[in-house]
Structure formats: C-alpha cells, structure tokens
Ligand binder design. Structure first.
Ligand SMILES: C[S@@+](CC[C@H](N)C(=O)[O-])C[C@H]1O[C@@H](n2cnc3c(N)ncnc32)[C@H](O)[C@@H]1O
Length: 365
C-alpha cells in the first residue's frame, strides 16, 4: 500500500475496503460480546488483533467498533482491552501512531452512561503467515481485505518455469498449470494461516475476516480476473509502445488469489481447527463512490474509471514501482481508468467479498 496521508496514499483511497468493515460490524459485535462473556469466568485482559491493519481511517475504525461493542459492558466483568495492530514491516505505522492522540480524544467523547473500557493500542509488525503471538493468548482476530493476498507469487510462475500468456493474474487465456499453481498457493497459505491463528487463540477464540473472493464458478472469469485483466491490457499497450520490455511484463504476476466460498470452506474443513459460525458473499461496486448496489447501470463511466484507478494505484503502486520503476505509473493508470470505464459501460462488474466468522475448535484451556 502507498503510505502517507497524501492524495495518492492508501489512507485517502480506502473507501471500498471501509465498506467491508461496515458489513462485518454485526459479526464483529457478536464476536466481541462472546469474548466478553468468555472473560466473565476468567477475568483478564481481552486481547484483540487486527491483521493487515494498513494505515488510514479503516485501521482505527476497527478499534472503534470493538470499543463500541464493549461500551457500558466494562463493569460486568471489568475488562481492559489490548489491541495489536499488525501489518508488514513496511506499513506506515507512523501515520497510525500519529493519529492515536486525536482518536483517544474523539472516541472517548459523549459515551454518557456507557463508558468505554480502558484500552491500549500497540503496533505489531510481521507477516500474518508467521507466528505473531505466544500460544493461546488472543481472544479475537479481525482481518479485512487481506486474505486474498498470497505470501508470494507461486514459485513456478516467479521462476518462469510456467508463463501466464501476458496476464498479471488468472484471466481467459491463462493456462491450467498457472491456475493450479495459484490455487495451490492459496490452499497452502490459507491452511497455514488457520493453523497459526488456532495456536494463538484461547479456547473458543474467534476470527472475523473479510477478503476478496469469487462469485463466478468459472475460475478464468472471476470478478477479480476482470479487474486485473484490464490492468494486463494496459501494461500490454505500454509494451506495444516500447515503454515496457515484453520480458519485464511477462515476469510480473500478482501475489493474489480470490477463492470461491467452496474453496474456502474446503480448506477450513480439511484443517478441522475451526467451526464456521457464519459465511456469506456480498457484492460492492468497483467504484468506491457508487453506493447503488441495486442498479446495474453505471451513470458516469469515465468518472467511475478514474475512481477505480485511483484506488488500485494506492494499493499497487509500491509493487509496480519495484518491478517496473515509477516512470510508467501516471500513463499506466490513465490507460487503466479508460479501460475500466469502457468495461463498466458494458457490464457493471462488482467485487465479490467473502465474510467469515470462525470459532476455534479445542478442548477448554
Ligand atoms: C487492502 S489492505 C487492507 C487494509 C485494512 N485492513 C483495510 O481494511 O483498509 C491489505 C493490507 O494487508 C497487508 N498485508 C499483506 N500481506 C500481509 C501479511 N502477510 N502480513 C501482514 N499484513 C499483510 C498490506 O500491507 C495491507 O496493509
């Protein structure tokens, strides 16, 4: 993600992800209430971790939602809450820390007879594909818009042993070997994630997560495939113009995979570590400014294209700059905005977001 609070940063361009956090609110509230009830027989500190917290308004929205769910409940039993905000080492934690003073002032206001519990917030750098906590000490994990991100590009693809026909993600011409490599990477990453979190959770501990998934059963035409297919098309135009070397383009693949609900459930079931309390797939428009989920008409395609491109740039700029340098970003995303506009005028494709609530299976501590 692009750090900082400027115009092109993630903080200013994370409205789409914010919508998923709002959608997860009821499940998060219920998970907090259950964790609170759990503590009634074992008084102690409630430990809550947000994995892949990034920096910006969404980071503290999660903290605020947990505190809201506890407002007025902190006497019975008395509970202190320890938050850990986790992300990769390169995350702009400074931006998060700088906003905490204002957050403390705002969040504590006007709670009247529903006071908030004492809370403490710490940053926790590290990959959620590694252990982050000691055994059995976390009551609740939350993670939003992260688990479609793979720990790496599948090895065969990264090494060039298999090629993706000029695509940066799975798309119509993607060979079966590439699809299989992405699916296997997802299976490995997600089962590892479940094992790690299970070891860190207390008995009955919970996870509420959202991430990009796939509604379309056809893996070659998933909703995210369209999004990245249009990026591939834009990069291919730069190759044709001689701005990007063909080999450079062919060696660029996104470390992402958007699974179907069936694929997610299969991994959870084969691990046998969690019970699924709730699973659903909901849709949001690609354009963060378009809240009309009932209509299949895009009113201003050009503006929607620009809005989508801004959000994608905030997410992908560091990865693209690392591979191609920063000389192509402006042209690439202008072209991408036009390609998205043309696509949306034909079909209003939406993000498919999986919302999942899990409870750790285990004998009592
Ligand atoms: C799309 S952002 C979502 C951020 C935030 N949760 C939100 O809803 O706005 C994905 C975040 O996941 C982080 N991330 C990706 N892979 C990670 C990993 N293996 N461990 C920890 N964080 C990771 C990224 O750095 C980024 O901040």
């Amino acid at each position: 993600m692009t750090g900082g609070d400027g115009d092109v940063g993630y903080a200013a361009n994370s409205k789409i992800q914010g919508k998923a956090i709002v959608m997860s609110r009821p499940l998060l509230r219920s998970a907090v209430e259950q964790a609170h009830a759990w503590l009634s027989s074992r008084p102690g500190t409630m430990v809550v971790a947000d994995l892949g917290c990034s920096s910006g308004p969404n980071t503290l929205a999660v903290v605020s939602m947990v505190l809201d769910a506890l407002a007025g409940r902190c006497q019975q039993p008395p509970v202190h809450v320890q938050f850990f905000l986790n992300d990769l080492h390169g995350n702009d934690f400074n931006l998060v820390f700088r906003s905490l003073e204002l957050f403390d002032q705002v969040v504590g206001k006007d709670k009247g007879d529903a006071p908030l519990p004492p809370y403490y917030i710490a940053g926790l750098p590290g990959s959620f594909y590694t252990r982050l906590f000691p055994d059995r000490c976390v009551h609740l994990f939350h993670s939003s818009y992260c688990l479609m991100i793979r720990s790496k590009v599948p090895e065969e693809l990264a090494s060039g042993a298999i090629l993706n026909e000029g695509n940066v993600y799975i798309w119509e011409a993607t060979p079966p070997s590439v699809v299989k490599a992405y699916q296997e990477q997802f299976r490995q990453d997600f089962s590892l994630f479940l094992e790690l979190r299970h070891a860190e959770l207390v008995a009955g501990g919970q996870m509420v997560v959202t991430f990009l998934g796939r509604k379309n059963k056809d893996v070659l035409r998933g909703e995210m495939s369209y999004l990245w297919g249009l990026l591939s098309k834009s990069l291919q135009s730069l190759v044709q113009q001689g701005r990007v070397e063909k080999e450079k383009m062919e060696s660029f693949n996104l470390p992402l995979y958007a699974p179907s609900v069936d694929e997610v459930e299969a991994v959870i079931e084969s691990g046998g570590l969690f019970d699924v309390d709730h699973v659903e797939l909901f849709e949001t428009n690609w354009d963060p400014e378009d809240d009309d989920t009932d209509s299949d008409v895009v009113l201003d395609g050009a503006q929607s294209g620009v809005n989508v491109a801004k959000g994608m740039r905030a997410v992908l700029a560091p990865l693209l700059t690392h591979h191609f340098g920063d000389g192509i970003l402006d042209d690439l995303f202008q072209m991408y905005a036009r390609n998205v506009a043309k696509h949306l005028e034909k079909v209003k494709t939406k993000y498919a977001v999986i919302l999942l609530s899990l409870k750790a299976r285990r004998a009592e501590n």
